[in-house]
Design a protein around this ligand. Structure first.
Ligand code: 8OZ
Length: 366
């Protein structure tokens, strides 16, 4: 048996901005829909994340920056003190095990439903373009509705909410934040011309469509150090009914502009989120790695051979695994020993309690 740890630097420590990671394997953000009333993280979340503290970096699940930013049942928030207290238990538990953890800051935009919105309001978006598909509400799946186009005057308030959320994340003990610019949520909806039909300064040209995302990055890095801020993009993913007529030009511009803010990493969903790595109308995402000055975190469909190849070819600085972490809390140890990976039960992915959350065992590999 080849022991992967002897042949790859995936399992060696690496410096990420202000923090030293134990290895180059990250846990990608994973929505598990188990938050308590008030969108406070689950009582079980400290144990769940602590079990996975062997990751070089945990990026905690997508977390709404405001009640309006919510789009799925039972997802946690980061906009009040009760949520900060809940998250503090998570970060303490991870740090006690020697791990590091960032929080993913999320506004879903149109990927929501009035049932999930304050006062049963319409979800908001750059433009009134209805997504195909269904929202996951507390009473089941419901078709998406036509969102309300945001007024120009509302955008500064949303930017302010990202800023406050970043400050609260640091207060809750996170090592940093990841701005969720991927998977067809609000910031991605502004980027793409399928969903952004605005005629003001935030729509039309690539420069205008990128404006909100860049203003959010500027705001967040004005209140917490840029070495504690990363961003996630999914340039060629059709997730949540998103598309653009020229993703290569769009995302090349975005990444060049991001360099102004000295973010610690760019986390890229390579291909279709949770699906094939190669997609129609895609482009070579190494273009973005080459443009970006910080660390590049690669994600989507990685296994040990692909991750090893990514490091050998210097195609990525860190590799983020997502779904394999669900049923393999000791994923890094298993990869290191080339051990079999367990598969997760799809029935316990979202909602519920400990079953399918904190009850997947670690192997005894020592
Ligand atoms: C799966 C289910 C719910 C949310 C994403 C935050 O796509 C998500 C998500 C994924 O980024």
């Amino acid at each position: 048996m080849t022991i992967a740890s002897q042949t790859s630097d995936l399992f060696k420590p690496v410096q990420l901005g202000a923090i030293q990671l134990q290895n180059r394997i990250a846990m990608a953000p994973l929505t598990r829909s188990r938050a308590q009333a008030g969108d406070v993280p689950s009582e079980l979340a400290p144990e769940y994340y602590a079990q996975r503290a062997g990751a070089g970096l945990i990026i905690a699940e997508a977390t709404q920056i405001s009640p309006q930013g919510k789009g799925y049942a039972w997802t946690p928030g980061i906009y009040n003190e009760a949520q900060v207290a809940g998250w503090k238990k998570v970060t303490d538990a991870v740090h006690a095990k020697g791990g590091h953890i960032f929080l993913q800051l999320w506004h879903v935009g149109r990927i929501s439903h009035p049932d999930l919105q304050p006062g049963n309001a319409l979800p908001v978006a750059p433009s009134a373009v209805t997504p195909q598909g269904n929202a996951f509400t507390e009473t089941g799946f419901k078709p998406f509705v036509e969102p309300r186009a945001l007024e120009l005057s509302e955008l500064p308030g949303i930017i302010e909410q990202y800023k406050t959320a970043a400050q609260l994340a640091i207060k809750a003990g996170f090592d940093g934040v990841e701005i969720h610019g991927a998977n067809g949520y609000l910031l991605d909806q502004f980027l793409r011309d399928k969903t952004n039909r605005r005629t003001d300064a935030y729509g039309g040209s690539i420069e205008n469509r990128a404006r909100l995302l860049l203003e959010v990055v500027e705001a967040v890095t004005s209140v917490i150090p840029s070495e504690r801020v990363g961003i996630r993009l999914s340039p060629i993913s059709p997730a949540n009914d998103i598309a653009d007529s020229d993703p290569k030009a769009l995302f090349s511009y975005v990444v060049e502009q991001l360099n102004r803010f000295k973010l610690v990493y760019l986390h890229v969903v390579e291909g279709a989120t949770g699906g094939p790595r190669q997609v129609e109308h895609g482009f070579d995402l190494q273009v973005l790695r080459d443009l970006f000055k910080g660390f590049y975190i690669a994600n989507n469909g990685y296994d040990l051979p692909l991750a090893t190849k990514a490091r050998e070819g210097n195609l990525a600085d860190i590799v983020a695994f997502g779904r394999p972490w669900i049923a393999n809390p000791d994923l890094v140890e298993r990869l290191k020993h080339n051990a079999d990976l367990a598969s997760f039960n799809p029935d316990t992915l979202y909602g519920g309690g400990a079953a399918g959350y904190t009850d997947y065992p670690a192997l005894n590999l020592a």
